[in-house]
Structure formats: structure tokens, C-alpha cells
Design a protein around this ligand. Structure first.
Ligand code: DAH
Length: 356
């Protein structure tokens, strides 16, 4: 007589197992335990059972009800766990993926060149010195052995600023970084080894000249520095900066008021292709010389004891040569396309082209 109960249990187990989700599970639950459920119907029929069997039948039905409720509950937990696991799988994220690159700035080629210059000269024992953009006439010219009316002044298309007094010489926007030589010598006792990288100004504007540009200046003062030291220092710098181990370097006699003797320095290149190194042609790249005794004396240094060398070059000019940049003007246009092309990532080089 419990056959029908066993059957109901087996049937419920089967349909529960077949219920693939909570909705199907609920249909099974209602179908068995609900108001019109199969077990509920059996309980309702209890009254019709003959009195002698009713007690036993009732107890069996109640046991079955507990068993089925437990089975149904267990299946619900199972399905909920499965649904949760499925959701976790569907919403899975990979925390090991690298993040999207943030928009990052790029280092301007002038800044990069100046960093390279500081690194190369730093390795040779030079410190970095600075000076103001607005200079006195004396720092920019006089102390450097360029007195008023000296013809060398005509080489510098100087921007003059309003003078402090009617009879005072007007201050200038420095036309070169050489006044920082003067400031350094006035400021610190020799021996001296400094490089200066900074803005300079001349009233000149075309494809190769800008009213504002940058120079690198160098100054070394010691008891027995010679032209040989100057040559070795500049040859090492040029070969290191351009990354050409056997770059031809030529020293050519020249004139600057603040050095004696003075030399212009040429590097070997191919005029036709623009390639640096071989090619048989020469390209002027910087000015240099032994610091003039008058300049040392003007800065309070005894030229009978101390001597040294100095040099100066255009930062944009060597940057253009090194990277094959044909025009000077875009250096200051803030054109993001130009910067993307010639700029350098401050982070990993790999990030450079990843949408920054
Ligand atoms: N001041 C020079 C210029 O602007 C460059 C220069 C030449 C600097 C020779 C020096 C030097 O220190 O020794 O054209």
C-alpha cells in the first residue's frame, strides 16, 4: 500500500533532478507540495482511508512529506550554487591584464637633448649651472671682452629692454649662454667645470633661426688645462652625443672675443644625404677656445695661475642634425602631431605608440 508513496518519491527525485533551473525547480515544488500538489492531494484523501489503516497511512504520508521537503530544499541549494557559479564564470574578469595606457605627455626633443648633454658632461665631471634670461650688458657683453661698439656686438641681433636709468646701459635678453660663465667664475673659486643649458634670444626668424632658442655652454678652469683637454673633451662629447664612435671631428681656427685661441668645430657628414659620419664634407657645429685672459681677470680669476677652455653650441641645431629634423619652426608650434613624431615617452618606450 505504500507503493504509491514510493512511486511519488521516485517521481519527485526524477523531476527534481531534471529541473535545470530555479524556475523548473519551483514548478516541481508546487506540483508536489503546493495546494494542488500530488502529496497535498494524498493528504486530503486521508479521510477516505479506512479507519484501521488511517493512522499508519497518515504517519507514512507525513514522513514522506518531510523527506520530499528535504529533497526539494537540497535541490534548491544545488541549483542556487550552480547559478552563482555560472554568474561568476560569465562575469569573470582577468585581473592580470595590464591597464589601458593613460594619456601621457612626451618629452620635447630639446629637453631630451639637454638631458643627454647633462648626462654626458656629468659623466666627465661637469656640474650644471644656470643664469637669468634677462642679463646686464656687462654680463652678456662687457665681461666677455665685448665692450660697447665692439664689432662682435653686430653679430648678435640683441633684444634690448628698457634701462633702469636714462644713462645706464639697457639690460638685454641674453644673446648666448656665455654670461653664465661670468656668473660662475664670480661665484665660485676655481677649479671649475660647468655646463649651462638654457634659453637665448636673438632678433632673427627663418627656417633655421628662431628669436628664442637654446644653447649649451661649457666652461672648465684649472691650473694646467690645455687645448688638448678641450679637443679631447669635445671629441668625446660629439661622438657620444651622436652615437658615432669614429665621427670625424675637425678643429678650425676662428675668432671669438672671449677666447684666445678660438676654434670652430666641424663634424664629418655627407652634404648630399645629410648623413653624419663619413661622406667627406664638413659641418660647423660649435664654437670653442681657451678662455681669454681678460675674461678671467674680469671675473676675478688670476690668469697667471688659472686657465681653461670654453665652448658653446645650439641645442636645436644638434637636435635637428641628430634626428634629421628639417625645420626649426615646429619646435615651438606645440603641434601634437610633430611632438608624437619627434617626442620621447618618459615611461617605457613601448607605451609610446599605444594611443598616448
Ligand atoms: N657664445 C657663442 C655664440 O653664441 C658661442 C661660443 C663660442 C661659446 C666659443 C663659447 C666659446 O663658450 O668659447 O655664438
Amino acid at each position: 500500500m505504500t507503493d504509491d508513496l514510493d512511486q511519488l518519491r521516485a517521481e519527485t527525485e526524477r523531476t527534481l533532478a531534471a529541473a535545470a533551473d530555479l524556475r523548473a525547480w519551483d514548478a516541481v515544488r508546487v506540483g508536489v507540495l503546493g495546494r494542488n500538489g500530488t502529496l497535498t492531494a494524498l493528504l486530503k484523501q486521508l479521510g477516505a482511508v479506512p479507519a484501521g489503516q488511517r493512522r499508519e497511512r497518515g504517519a507514512a504520508l507525513n514522513r514522506l512529506k518531510d523527506t520530499l521537503a528535504a529533497l526539494i530544499e537540497a535541490r534548491r541549494a544545488e541549483l542556487e550554487d550552480a547559478a552563482f557559479a555560472a554568474r561568476l564564470a560569465a562575469e569573470r574578469i582577468d585581473p592580470t591584464l595590464p591597464p589601458r595606457p593613460l594619456p601621457a605627455g612626451l618629452i620635447h626633443p630639446v629637453s631630451r637633448t639637454m638631458e643627454e648633454m647633462a648626462a654626458i658632461f656629468g659623466a666627465m665631471g661637469f656640474a650644471v649651472a644656470e643664469g637669468p634670461d634677462v642679463e646686464s650688458d656687462w654680463h652678456n657683453f662687457g665681461a666677455l671682452n665685448i665692450p660697447a661698439h665692439h664689432p662682435a656686438r653686430a653679430d648678435h641681433d640683441t633684444f634690448y629692454l628698457p634701462p633702469a636709468a636714462a644713462d645706464a646701459p639697457p639690460p638685454v635678453l641674453r644673446t648666448h649662454t656665455s654670461p653664465v660663465q661670468v656668473r660662475t667664475m664670480l661665484h665660485q673659486p676655481p677649479p671649475i667645470r660647468v655646463v649651462v643649458m638654457g634659453r637665448t634670444y636673438r632678433a632673427d626668424h627663418d627656417a633655421t633661426h628662431s628669436p628664442m632658442f637654446h644653447q649649451l655652454e661649457g666652461l672648465a678652469i684649472d691650473r694646467d688645462l690645455t687645448l688638448g683637454h678641450l679637443k679631447g673633451c669635445l671629441i668625446d662629447f660629439l661622438r657620444s652625443f651622436f652615437g658615432i664612435a669614429n665621427l670625424p671631428v675637425r678643429f678650425r681656427s676662428s675668432y671669438f672675443p672671449f677666447t684666445e685661441p678660438s676654434m670652430e668645430v666641424d663634424i664629418g657628414w655627407n652634404r648630399r644625404t645629410g648623413e653624419l659620419g663619413g661622406g667627406g664634407d664638413w659641418l660647423e657645429i660649435l664654437g670653442s677656445g681657451m678662455v681669454h685672459a681678460k675674461v678671467l681677470a674680469n671675473c676675478g680669476i688670476d690668469p697667471a695661475v688659472w686657465q681653461g677652455f670654453a665652448f658653446g653650441m645650439g641645442v636645436e641645431r644638434v637636435t635637428m642634425l641628430k634626428h634629421g629634423i628639417p625645420d626649426l619652426r615646429p619646435f615651438y608650434d606645440s603641434d601634437i602631431r610633430w611632438l608624437h613624431h619627434y617626442g620621447t615617452s618618459p615611461l617605457l618606450p613601448a607605451l609610446l605608440h599605444e594611443g598616448v
